[in-house]
Design a binder for this molecule. Structure first.
Ligand code: GDP
Ligand code: MG
Length: 744
C-alpha cells in the first residue's frame, strides 16, 4: 500500500497522490512523512505539532491547493459494512481512485482512513472525501475498537456522513449497520457533551444500494427513521443529556441507487444526479419527517455542518484529535480548537515576522552600524516603510489567523503587535535621535556659515534674522520627520515631546551662537579703535606736556571705549541679546580694551623705542635754543651747562613714563571701577580667554600698582645708564664741533 508514496523527505507532487492520501494507517497511526515516536507520550496537541507539519495530510492539502482555502472546503466521510461498495460509490461520485476490492479476491482493501479531493467538476469547491475502513470485516473480527475510533474521528471532522447500506439490510434492526449507527450516536453525544456552545450538527446521508424499486424510497426512509429512533432511545445518554433528541444533532437525507452490476448504465446515471446534490444547501430545503426530524432536500452542505477549522490548520487539528482518540483521552474539541489556534497563530506570527524582518532588518542594521561609527543616520522614508510594513504584517496575520479561536487570535495579535512595535519603536527612537543630532549640528553650521559669509562680504548682516531663518528651516525638517513617523491609531508614535525637546535644544544652540557672536563683536570693537590712543597728537593739536601725558592717554582711552560700548550695545540689541548678556559683553569689552591698551603701551616703551624718544627729547633741548633755532656751537658757549640741563630735564621723563599716573591725584587711574565688577550673568567660560588684570582680578595676586608699572626699577636704571651714554656721545660731538669751528 505504501508503494504510492515517495521516499521520506521528497517534495509532494500531485502525481504521487493518485489514490488520495492515507490519514490513519491500519496500525491506528496518524501518517507522517517523518518518523515519529511510535508511542506518543505527550498528550497535548502542542507537543505533537512539532511533527505535525510533516504529516501526509498536510502535504496533501498543500499539493491539492486546499490549504489556502480558509473555510471554503468540505469534509465527507463514508460508513458502512465491509465490502458494500463504499469505495466504489465514492470513486463513481467524486472521481476518486480509492482502492476497491477486486471481483476475484474478495478481501478487505481499504485500510485505516484515506482521504482524497473530489475530482469532478460539477460540485462545489474543495470537497475532501474520507474513505473509512469497513466495519465488521473478517480481518478485524469482533474488534469494535477501530470502528468506534474512526466514527469519533469522522464525527469530529466531517459535515456529511454517508451511511452506505444494502436495501435488504433496511429494517434489520439487529444488523451490523445498526450496531455502527449506535456507535456513531454514542460517540456523538460524548463528543458534544463538551461542546455545548457550538453544538454543531451533521448530516446523516443514507445511500441505499441495490435498490430494486419494489419498495419506494419513501417507505425505506420511514423504516430507517423508525430504526434510528429506536437506536437513539436505546443508547445510554450521559448526565445532562438524558432528554436530548437525535434531531438536536442530526439532519437526514436519503438516496437510493440501482444495482451497479445488473444495471450499470442506470447506476451511472443515478450516481451522476446524486452528485448534483454536493453543493451548498439552505436551511429552507429541510422538510419535516415527523417527530421533529428533518430531511434535507437539495444541496447537502449547510453552513451549520461546518466544523470551522481553517484549512491550513486542518491537518494539525486532525492529528491532535486522532491523538486524543487513539489514547482514549476525553475528546474535548473546544480545547483542541484553542490549542490549534495557539499553535497556528504562533506559526502564522512567525511567518509574518519573517516578512517584517526582510523589510525592517536591513534598516536596523544600517542604523546600528551608523551609531557604531558615531555618525547620525536619518533613514530615508522610514515612516512610510515602517507604517506600510506594520500594516501589511498585521493584515496578513489578521487574514490567516483571524479564522481561529477568537480569544486566542486576539491575544496573539496583541503579542505580534507588541513584537513589531518594540522593534519599530527602537528604530524610530534611533531615527529621531539621529534627526535631532544632525538637525542641531546643521543649524549651528548654517548660522556660523551665514555669519562668516556676512563678515567676509563686509556687508551688514542681521544675526537675529539668520538665526530665525535657520531655526524655522531646521524645525520644519524635524517636524516633517516626526509627522512621517506618526501612525494616528498607534499611541506610541506620538513624538510631541521629542519635537519640544528639539526646539528647546535649537534655542540653546542659538544662545550659544549669540554668545559667540557677542565675543566676536567685542573683539572687533576693541581692534578697530585702540590704535589711535597712544599715537601722538594729531596735527595742529597742542602737544601734550610731559606732565599730562597719562591724563591724555586715559581720557582718549576712556572716551573711545565709551563710544565702542554704545556701538556694541546697539548691535547686541539688534540680535535680541538680553540685558544680562549685553552687560557681560560690555564688561568683556572694557577688559579687552584695557589689555590691548596696556600692550600698546608696552610696545611704545620697548627698549629701542623709548631710547629713541628720550634721545629726541634730549636733542630738542640740547640742539635747539628757546626759540627753537638750531644752535651752532662756539667755543664760548656754555655747552656743558646746556648739556646738563637738557640731560636732567630728559632724565625726569623716565620716572614719569615708568608709571601710569594721573596728574590730579598723582596716582593710578581707577581701573577697577572703570572695568566694573564681573556681572552676575557671566559664566566661567567667559573668563577662559581673559588676561588677568592687576588690581581688578584680586585673586591673581597682582596689585593695581604693578598693573600700572610701565618700566620696572631695573629697566629704569638700565635706561638711565644707556641714555646717559648716548647723551654723553652727543655732548662730545658738540664739543668737538665747537672747537673745530674755531679752527676753521
Ligand atoms: P467497500 O469495501 O465497501 O469499499 O466495497 P468495494 O467498493 O471495495 O466493493 C466491494 C465489492 O462490491 C466489489 O467487488 C464491487 O465490484 C462490488 N460492488 C460495488 N458496487 C456494487 C453495487 O452497487 N452492487 C453490488 N452488488 N456490488 C457492488
Ligand atoms: Mg473500501
Amino acid at each position: 500500500m505504501n508503494g504510492h508514496f515517495a521516499a521520506v523527505g521528497d517534495a509532494p507532487t500531485t502525481a504521487q497522490y493518485g489514490h488520495g492520501v492515507q490519514v490513519i494507517d491500519e496500525d491506528k497511526e496518524f501518517k507522517c512523512v517523518r518518523q515519529r515516536p511510535s508511542t506518543p507520550t505527550a498528550a497535548s496537541l502542542l507537543t505533537l505539532c512539532a511533527t505535525a507539519c510533516s504529516s501526509n495530510l498536510s502535504s496533501y492539502l498543500v499539493a491539492t491547493d486546499v490549504a489556502d482555502a480558509g473555510f471554503n472546503y468540505h469534509i465527507i466521510s463514508v460508513f458502512g459494512s465491509q465490502s458494500t461498495g463504499k469505495s466504489t460509490l465514492l470513486n463513481n461520485l467524486f472521481g476518486t481512485d480509492f482502492n476497491v476490492m477486486s471481483e476475484t479476491e474478495r478481501r478487505q482493501t481499504t485500510k485505516g482512513i484515506w482521504m482524497s479531493k473530489n475530482k469532478t467538476a460539477a460540485m462545489t469547491d474543495n470537497i475532501l472525501v474520507m474513505d473509512v475502513e469497513g466495519t465488521d470485516g473478517r480481518e478485524r473480527g469482533e474488534d469494535q475498537d477501530f470502528e468506534r475510533k474512526s466514527a469519533l474521528f469522522a464525527l469530529a471532522t466531517s459535515e456529511v456522513l454517508i451511511v452506505n447500506i444494502w436495501e435488504h439490510q433496511v429494517g434489520l434492526y439487529q444488523g451490523a449497520n445498526m450496531g455502527l449507527l449506535k456507535t456513531v450516536f454514542e460517540v456523538n453525544l460524548q463528543l458534544f457533551l463538551k461542546d455545548k456552545q457550538s453544538n454543531p450538527r451533521s448530516l446523516l446521508f443514507f445511500v441505499i444500494r441495490d435498490h430494486i424499486g419494489n419498495t419506494p424510497l419513501a417507505n425505506l426512509r420511514n423504516t430507517l427513521i423508525q430504526d434510528l429512533t429506536k437506536i437513539w432511545s436505546s443508547i445510554s445518554k450521559p448526565q445532562g443529556l438524558e432528554s436530548s433528541r437525535i434531531e438536536d444533532y442530526f439532519d437526514f437525507a436519503f438516496a437510493a441507487l440501482p444495482h451497479k452490476i445488473l444495471q450499470p448504465e442506470k447506476f451511472v446515471d443515478e450516481v451522476k444526479s446524486l452528485g448534483k446534490r454536493f453543493v451548498a444547501g439552505s436551511r429552507n430545503s429541510k422538510a419535516q419527517l415527523g417527530h421533529g426530524k428533518q430531511e434535507l432536500e437539495g444541496g447537502l452542505f449547510l453552513p451549520e455542518y461546518h466544523r470551522r477549522i481553517p484549512a491550513d490548520g486542518f491537518s494539525v487539528y486532525a492529528e491532535g484529535v486522532w491523538d486524543q482518540i487513539v489514547n482514549n483521552k476525553d475528546l474535548d474539541l473546544p480545547t483542541q480548537q484553542e490549542l490549534l489556534a495557539q499553535f497556528r497563530c504562533d506559526e502564522i506570527s512567525r511567518e509574518v515576522l519573517i516578512s517584517f524582518d526582510i523589510a525592517i532588518g536591513p534598516l536596523e542594521e544600517q542604523q546600528a552600524e551608523a551609531s557604531r561609527i558615531g555618525k547620525p543616520l536619518v533613514l530615508a522614508n522610514l515612516g512610510e516603510t515602517g507604517k506600510q510594513t506594520r500594516e501589511k504584517c498585521v493584515k496578513a496575520f489578521e487574514v490567516q489567523a483571524g479564522r481561529y479561536h477568537k480569544a486566542v487570535y486576539a491575544r496573539k495579535r496583541t503579542e505580534l503587535e507588541g513584537k513589531i512595535d518594540q522593534r519599530l519603536r527602537a528604530l524610530y527612537q534611533g531615527q529621531l535621535t539621529a534627526a535631532h543630532k544632525s538637525g542641531v549640528a546643521s543649524f549651528s553650521d548654517a548660522v556660523s556659515g551665514a555669519v562668516k559669509a556676512g563678515q567676509k562680504s563686509g556687508a551688514a548682516y542681521e544675526f537675529a534674522e539668520i538665526v530665525g531663518t535657520q531655526k524655522t528651516k531646521c524645525l520644519d525638517q524635524f517636524k516633517t520627520e516626526v509627522q512621517s513617523l506618526t501612525i494616528p491609531e498607534v499611541a506610541w508614535t506620538n513624538f510631541g515631546s521629542q519635537l519640544a525637546l528639539f526646539e528647546k535644544e535649537l534655542d540653546e544652540a542659538s544662545a550659544r551662537l549669540r554668545k559667540e557672536e557677542m565675543r566676536r563683536l567685542a573683539t572687533r570693537v576693541e581692534r578697530w579703535d585702540l590704535g589711535e590712543v597712544v599715537q601722538g597728537p594729531e596735527e595742529g593739536e597742542k602737544p601734550p606736556t610731559e606732565k599730562d601725558l597719562w591724563d591724555r592717554i586715559w581720557n582718549v582711552f576712556t572716551s573711545i571705549v565709551k563710544e565702542a560700548e554704545t556701538r556694541f550695545t546697539d548691535r547686541a540689541k539688534s540680535f535680541e541679546a538680553s540685558e544680562a548678556e549685553v552687560e557681560v559683553g560690555l564688561w568683556r569689552l572694557r577688559r579687552k580694551s584695557w589689555v590691548a591698551l596696556r600692550e600698546r603701551v608696552d610696545e611704545e616703551v620697548m627698549e629701542g623705542n623709548i631710547l629713541l624718544k628720550l634721545r629726541e627729547n634730549f636733542e630738542d633741548k640740547f640742539r635747539y635754543d628757546e626759540a627753537g633755532v638750531p644752535r651752532i656751537w662756539r667755543p664760548v658757549d656754555d655747552i656743558e651747562g646746556i648739556y646738563t640741563r637738557a640731560r636732567e630735564s630728559t632724565l625726569t621723563l623716565i620716572p614719569l613714563l615708568s608709571r601710569f599716573r594721573l596728574s590730579a591725584t598723582y596716582g593710578p587711574p581707577d581701573l577697577p571701577s572703570f572695568i566694573g565688577h564681573q556681572p552676575a550673568g557671566a559664566e566661567p567660560e567667559d573668563e577662559d580667554d581673559l588676561t588677568p588684570i592687576g588690581g581688578v582680578d584680586e585673586e591673581e595676586g597682582k596689585s593695581l600698582e604693578e598693573e600700572m608699572t610701565v618700566l620696572s626699577e631695573g629697566k629704569r636704571q638700565d635706561l638711565v645708564v644707556r641714555f646717559k651714554k648716548m647723551a654723553d656721545g652727543v655732548y662730545v660731538e658738540a664739543k668737538r664741533s665747537a672747537i673745530g669751528g674755531v679752527a676753521q
